[in-house]
Design a protein around this ligand. Structure first.
Ligand code: GAL
Length: 746
């Protein structure tokens, strides 16, 4: 039998209290709620709530059967993430615990299982209280942890003799061939005559290279060197993936198989300060991502995790993301592999270093992170220092050593805010907040140097702030990126941050949100988001043009009559009411180094008195031109009154597993379909019995926009979501199909 990995997310029971008999086989389950994973221990409003609202102990229980045919096999339960301490019991027996919510753990439950028609019970006590002994806690933290079994769980059934782990490294790579090393670790009692067959399979399913080797000793890693001719390399602009299938074979029978997708690429930071991928320099242009979402914290299913990667890559045009400040969902990283988004991943922590027990867990976190993620081509560096902590020579010597022992293919970084702190890592990774309000960052003070944060708290900006602030915010992001592009020996820079996020009472705007994102907490763009999008290569990612303004009468008072236009086109033609005004060139004076400098123009300069725009109810269009061809257009129109609500769902179909979910955005528009940025109106939702609405209802729009999430139940059919507001005429409606889920369990 080959391995069986089964989804274990469905049909759990949950109670948000520490019932005394939660671990027992016979427990009164009448007060438990039927739920599926991922699950948050508490649904919260998107702001104005208390951290203590999710800090409590809860119980999760699940009844399950294991077929008789698996008797004699090894059975493991694998948790991708439980916040913060999980104690696991099977059929009333204590099996083990895990501390820390950002890394996975796996427990062998074979000895406690009953087979056939017998009922088994897994019970998990989840302690989501504050735990100063576990990173990142111990002092104040500028983000929220939330609680619950908030990531996937699965069951793994293997033979007693099986593959424990496989590590894949690209050793040599050029145009003609790749040499990879594959190290396989086995577990169990060795069977004589066993072999390891490893196949590298291309996207068409063809085996393009393979190797077979006898298993000599199982205490040591089994190393295979495989050559792949004419490799298709992995790069953000062409993220080719291969499947690696490792089989443990005895007498022509496959005892186990271990499959994963990976890419052929090399990464390093050169002595010239540049970041190299496949031997070619690449400027890293990124933002930081917190994994939390409104209402549910981190508890979003794979679909929504994957969507975040898509937003970063395609809506924000980035080539790199830092998973501040902890390892994020596996599905997020898998999507980064698929679409070509580089990732700097780091251990949990924020400014504070605790005692020895705390440091022990932090070192475990380094191990767990690297063992989980070292086969992802998207990851180019490990963060092995607590974000912005002080020096600790011994501790960080150890975290670096662990990282280098477990993965020799990637450098380490350690994010700091002190320029004279000790550099034990391979790359000096620095949060630079010094001259950001002048649109500047500092020059490198080390040969391998990456700016890991800028701007954030220096200029928090809400999506509904005044126009001038939104423009300034976007312009500062543009100026700072321009500076980093102008410093050739700087590897790159990632701004703080991609999305607004929930934070603790010591931080943010007093409403539990840090408004530091270029997009809001619902991932809806502020002007700065359009700047990032405009830096992506038009040939690969599409031509783009965006006028960072509103056409409102107060335009003049706030911003003079200047227009700031973000575009990746060669030039932009400006029109007023379809009358051509001027062909604009990028502003290379203020932005000499950006791949695609913004365009800036004063209307007066092009012969337009802004009063005319108002009086004549004019509209302004920017048309992006590449090689003489008009390829993108954005029009600002004078605003009318609220007319209708536009509902948009990120997906058209959900699994009926009770945990699947998608974002539904809502915007109030006028008759011209322009979103009304000051229409902070209430929206009332109605959902049919097939789905669950996650979000505020009524929801007050911010900057004329907002979002809720729609979650499946265990019912098939269709979900219908309707939205209305007293300020618009018609009701809006969307439908989602529900897919059956038999495939998901046993
Ligand atoms: C940094 C910190 C981030 C965030 C940011 C706010 O110092 O690393 O986590 O708090 O400030 O701008």
């Amino acid at each position: 039998m080959e391995r069986k990995v089964m989804n274990f997310n469905i049909d759990w029971l949950y109670i948000p209290e520490n019932t005394s008999d939660g671990d027992k086989v016979y427990c009164d389950e009448s007060g438990f709620e039927k739920i599926s994973l991922p699950h948050t221990n508490k649904i919260l409003p998107h702001h104005y709530f208390n951290e203590d609202d999710y800090r409590f102990v809860s119980w999760y229980r699940k009844h399950f059967r294991i077929d008789k045919k698996y008797e004699g096999k090894k059975i493991y339960v694998h948790f991708e993430g439980v916040m913060t301490i999980a104690k696991v019991y099977v059929n009333g027996n204590y099996v083990g615990e895990h501390k820390g919510g950002y890394t996975p753990f796996e427990l062998d439950i074979t000895n406690y299982i009953k087979y056939g028609d017998n009922d088994n019970l897994i019970a998990v006590q989840v302690d989501s209280n504050k735990h100063p002994e576990i990173p990142p806690e111990g002092y104040i933290v500028d983000y929220m942890l939330f609680g619950g079994i908030y990531r996937n769980v699965f069951i793994k059934i293997v033979n007693e003799f099986h593959i424990k782990d496989v590590y894949f490294v690209v050793d040599k790579l050029d145009k003609y061939s790749a040499e990879v090393l594959i190290s396989t670790t086995l577990q169990g009692t060795k069977i004589n005559g066993s072999k390891i067959l490893t196949e590298i399979i291309n996207k068409d399913g063809e085996v393009c290279s393979s190797s077979i080797i006898d298993v000599e000793e199982i205490e040591k890693e089994i190393i295979q060197k495989i050559k792949i001719d004419n490799p298709l390399t992995w790069h953000p602009d062409h993220p080719h993936l291969y499947s690696v299938v490792v089989k443990l074979i005895v007498n022509n029978t496959v005892l186990d198989d271990y499959t994963f997708k990976t890419g052929l690429r090399t990464v390093y930071f050169g002595d010239d300060g540049k970041f190299y991928i496949n031997g070619e320099p690449l400027k890293l242009r990124g933002l930081n991502r917190h994994q939390t979402f409104p209402y549910v914290g981190g508890a979003m299913p794979d679909r929504v995790q994957r969507k975040d990667a898509d937003i970063l890559k395609y809506e924000l045009g980035l080539n790199y993301v830092r998973t501040s400040h902890y390892p994020q969902a596996v599905s997020f990283l898998e999507r980064c592999d698929e679409i070509g988004l580089l990732v700097f991943e780091e251990i949990p922590g924020w400014q504070h270093i605790g005692d020895n027990e705390w440091k022990h867990i932090a070192k475990e976190n380094v191990k767990e992170m690297i063992l989980r993620d070292r086969n992802h081509p998207c990851i180019f560096m490990w963060g092995v220092r607590i974000n912005e902590s002080l020096d600790d020579h011994e501790f960080y010597t150890q975290t670096n050593k662990i990282a280098h022992t477990l993965d020799r293919s990637r450098p380490t970084g350690g994010v700091r805010y002190l320029r004279d702190s000790e550099k034990l890592e391979d790359v000096f990774t620095y949060n630079d907040f010094i001259y950001n309000l002048e649109g500047k960052i500092q020059l490198p003070n080390h040969s391998k140097y990456l700016v890991t944060e800028y701007l954030g708290h220096m200029y928090p900006t809400k999506s509904y702030d005044n126009l001038q602030r939104l423009i300034n915010h976007a312009r500062l992001h543009a100026l700072i990126q321009d500076k980093q592009y102008g410093i050739p020996n700087m590897a790159g820079a990632s701004g703080w941050c991609a999305f607004d996020y929930n934070t603790t009472s010591a931080f943010g705007s007093g409403d539990n949100i840090c408004y530091h994102g270029v997009s809001d907490i619902f991932r809806l763009p502020k002007f700065a988001a359009h700047f990032y999008r405009s830096q992506a290569d038009p040939q690969l990612y599409g031509a783009y043009v965006f006028i960072a303004s509103y056409l409102i009468p107060s335009f003049e008072e706030e911003n003079g009559d200047k227009l700031l236009i973000f575009s990746n086109c060669d030039s932009v033609s400006l029109y007023i009411n379809n009358k051509f005004l001027k062909l604009l060139s990028p502003n290379r004076v203020d932005f000499p180094s950006l791949p695609h400098p913004p365009f800036e123009v004063s209307l007066k300069e092009v012969g337009i008195d802004y009063m005319d725009v108002r009086v004549n109810n004019a509209e302004i269009s920017a048309i992006g031109i590449i090689n003489g061809i008009e390829v993108a257009k954005h029009t600002l129109r004078p605003y009318d009154k609220p007319y209708k609500l536009i509902l948009k769902s990120d997906d058209t179909e959900l699994y009926a597993d009770g945990g699947d979910c998608t974002r539904v955005t809502v915007a109030v528009v006028d008759r011209n379909d322009s979103v009304l940025p000051y229409a902070n109106i209430p929206v009332i939702f109605e959902i049919n019995e097939n789905g669950e609405l996650i979000g505020e209802n009524p929801l007050t729009l911010e900057a004329g926009r907002g979002a809720v999430y729609v979650k499946s139940k265990r019912k098939t059919g269709k979900i219908t979501l309707k939205a209305k507001s007293p300020y618009v005429f018609d009701e809006s409606k969307i439908e989602l199909n529900l897919k059956n889920v038999e495939y998901l369990f046993l």
